[in-house]
Design a protein around this ligand. Structure first.
Ligand code: GLA
Length: 643
């Protein structure tokens, strides 16, 4: 990572006549841009005919950047194979679960398991790497673009063969697979590996184990493609770091943990969903997730938008004045050392011409470009923030396998949404001024005081033991309902729910009772969507249903404490419970909180720290720092102060 804040966006000079480029870089310099992502969708121009390479325009673009002191996240353009590829190798196009082949004409039209796609992708990646290996503008490899954004799962015959190979490496025998998938049910017993298919359209519910493994396989297939490109790049340019832009928190098809383990620096994209209530809290979740994926180290925001996107139909909301700055500073506050946008210059043609950019259709004399320039100057002034870290005392557990398993349509309730529930718990912390990491259930929890488990339907034996160990050693735990229910193959943990954590929680549950209507608890709180018939074994009951059965319990376990909720509490009550467990764990907010004002701290290795206070409201606010100073943050403003 650079020792300044990287600032810029996707530059797509190939969409414009070369006369425009000089103006582009002059305006970039005016705006303080020091980094661009380049060549992401350029395969069809770099290799217009199979095996014929034309680099002239990219040479000139790279040279222009170098002369102007702007560095490049240079892409391997493998996210969008050219029309000649689809034409010559139609068998490499993706196929959906209904057997429909998807054609070229947009992007990512390839099967992730296609050998010919891999061969051609590696060849163009190699050409790019050999050409620019020593170019002074090259800072970082931007491998592909948003793996799996549109083609995360392919059901073609090549995918079927690759899926079988993946299963053979996961299971020692077909017997083991039959057992893991529970194929005695509905006469699904396999007697030959060749009988196994991707979960294509079936008359009724597909086997849950098959579905779950297919999602794991599909994510792994994308990681493998990344690794193949990365290995090639490392051979040619061993000193140049590589990344790919994840979609952490927004897109759940790819296992971000698996990807992150292979990136030199985690980069991610985040788009504000304007229709969400308080979308800036969703932003904070994505940013906290990105930082956690990078092991707490600074990460790179590869893309966000200056204003509206063009894909949240029916209404794409433009950002209000100041919102671009608040969004950018919120990412910075949560550990980003680079703030980048899609894209530099708003396209004139193509499917994203209505997507905002740093330089809009109307040109530089605009609200957006003025804000872009002001932000560039502000980030240059915040160069000292680069390299500092956000330290969280709370971890919130989430795992893709669990999300995927719960996605199977045959559930006790289709109204439970583990991602939204995790975001709701995260939002309660946000409002309390407490920053949390997002952690993998099997990750290292030893640095935390409090671990939250909003809804972890599936947990492996190792993950289950990890949480127990955390509590045994003195940690505080809060577990939400429908957690710890199944093993890693989506098989129920028997003997009373939640089978993974009956001892930890001191509770056993006999039956689930999804709720049609909210119900009132003894405390006056409301429970929604879900309830359980639970019985305490060693826990104490802190709140109950009208029946007297427990809704909230607390169990002392080893040197620690484990709380359990058997329903989805309303936001205020949930905030109260989270406040209680934060208190028990001794977790402190970054500063005194004011509703709607985001407070986060970044700390430098030398002990100096920056308090970010971002006012998302229309009223001026006064924030009190930990050492008792007061800081005024005007309506819609953001400040960064020592502390
Ligand atoms: C994604 C892609 C970009 C662009 C933006 C905006 O994040 O990576 O190429 O499509 O969305 O829609």
């Amino acid at each position: 990572m650079p020792d300044v804040i990287a600032y810029g966006g996707d530059w797509n000079p190939e969409q414009w006549p070369e006369e425009t480029w000089e103006q582009d870089v002059a305006l970039m310099r005016e705006a303080g841009v020091n980094r661009v992502s380049l060549g992401i969708f350029s395969w069809s121009l770099l290799e217009p005919v199979e095996g014929v390479f034309e680099f002239g325009w990219l040479d000139r673009a790279m040279d222009l950047l170098a002369v102007n002191g702007i560095r490049a996240n240079l892409a391997t353009p493998t996210a969008s194979p050219p029309p000649w590829f689809a034409d010559t190798y139609p068998e490499a196009l993706p196929v959906d679960a209904d057997g429909r082949r998807l054609y070229h004409g947009s992007r990512q039209a390839f099967c992730p398991s296609s050998p010919i796609y891999k061969e051609k992708a590696l060849r163009i990646a190699e050409q790019v790497a050999l050409r620019y290996r020593d170019h002074p503008a090259l800072a970082l490899w931007h491998v592909h673009n948003e793996y799996g954004c549109h083609n995360a799962r392919c059901y073609c015959d090549a995918s079927a063969a690759a899926f079988r190979a993946w299963l053979r490496s996961r299971y020692a025998s077909l017997d083991e697979l039959n057992d893991a998938w529970g194929t005695a049910f509905w006469s699904q017993h396999y007697s030959d590996w060749a009988q196994i298919l991707p979960p294509r359209a079936t008359p009724s519910f597909v086997n849950p184990g098959q579905l779950l493994d297919f999602r794991r396989f599909s994510s792994d297939a994308l990681v493998e493609l990344y690794l193949a490109e990365r290995e090639l790049l490392k051979q040619i340019t061993p000193g140049v770091p590589a990344t790919t832009n994840l979609m952490a928190g927004a897109h759940w098809d790819m296992d971000c943990w698996a990807f992150a383990a292979e990136l030199d620096v985690v980069s991610t994209d985040h788009y504000l969903i304007g229709a969400r209530a308080e979308p800036h809290i969703d932003l904070a979740f994505a940013a906290d997730y990105a930082r956690s994926l990078n092991g707490g180290r600074p990460w790179l925001l590869m893309e966000h938008s200056t204003s509206a996107v063009n894909w949240q139909q029916p209404r794409n909301l433009a950002k209000a004045p100041g919102e671009l700055r608040r969004n950018s500073l919120a990412h910075l506050a949560r550990g980003a050392d680079g703030i980048m946008f899609f894209q530099w210059r708003q396209s004139r043609a193509g499917a994203e011409k209505w997507h905002s950019a740093m330089l809009p259709h109307a040109g530089p004399d605009t609200k957006i470009f003025r804000e872009v320039k002001a932000l560039g100057a502000e980030l240059a002034g915040l160069a000292d923030v680069a390299g500092s870290r956000v330290e969280a005392e709370v971890a919130l557990l989430i795992d893709h396998s669990s999300v995927w398993a719960q996605d199977h349509p045959a559930q006790p309730s289709s109204e439970l949404d583990p991602v939204e529930e995790a975001k709701r718990w995260h939002a309660a912390l946000w409002r309390a001024g407490i920053t949390c990491d997002i952690a993998h259930p099997e990750g290292d929890l030893s640095g935390y005081r409090l671990v939250l488990v909003p809804q972890l339907y599936l947990v492996s034996d190792a993950g289950a033991a990890n949480l127990e160990e955390f509590a045994r050693r003195g940690g505080v735990v809060l577990v939400g309902p429908y957690s710890g229910i199944v093993d890693e193959h989506d098989r129920v943990r028997l003997g009373g729910y939640p089978g993974a954590w009956r001892d930890l929680l001191g509770v056993t549950v006999e039956e689930f009772f999804p709720l049609a209507e909210p119900i009132r608890l003894a405390s006056g709180a409301t429970g929604r969507l879900w309830s359980e018939a639970a019985r305490v074994t060693t826990a104490k009951v802190l709140d109950t249903y009208a029946s007297g059965e427990p809704a909230w319990t607390r169990n002392e376990f080893g040197d620690g404490v484990a709380h359990y909720l058997t329903t989805l509490l309303d936001d205020a009550a949930l905030a109260g419970v989270i406040g209680t467990v934060c208190g028990e764990a001794g977790v402190e907010p970054a500063a005194g909180t004011v509703p709607g004002v985001e407070v986060v701290r970044r700390t430098r290795a030398d002990g100096g720290s920056f308090l970010f206070a971002i006012n998302h409201t229309g009223e001026d606010a006064t924030v009190t720092t930990r050492d008792g100073r007061t800081v005024t943050v005007a309506a819609g403003d953001a400040v960064v102060v020592p502390g």
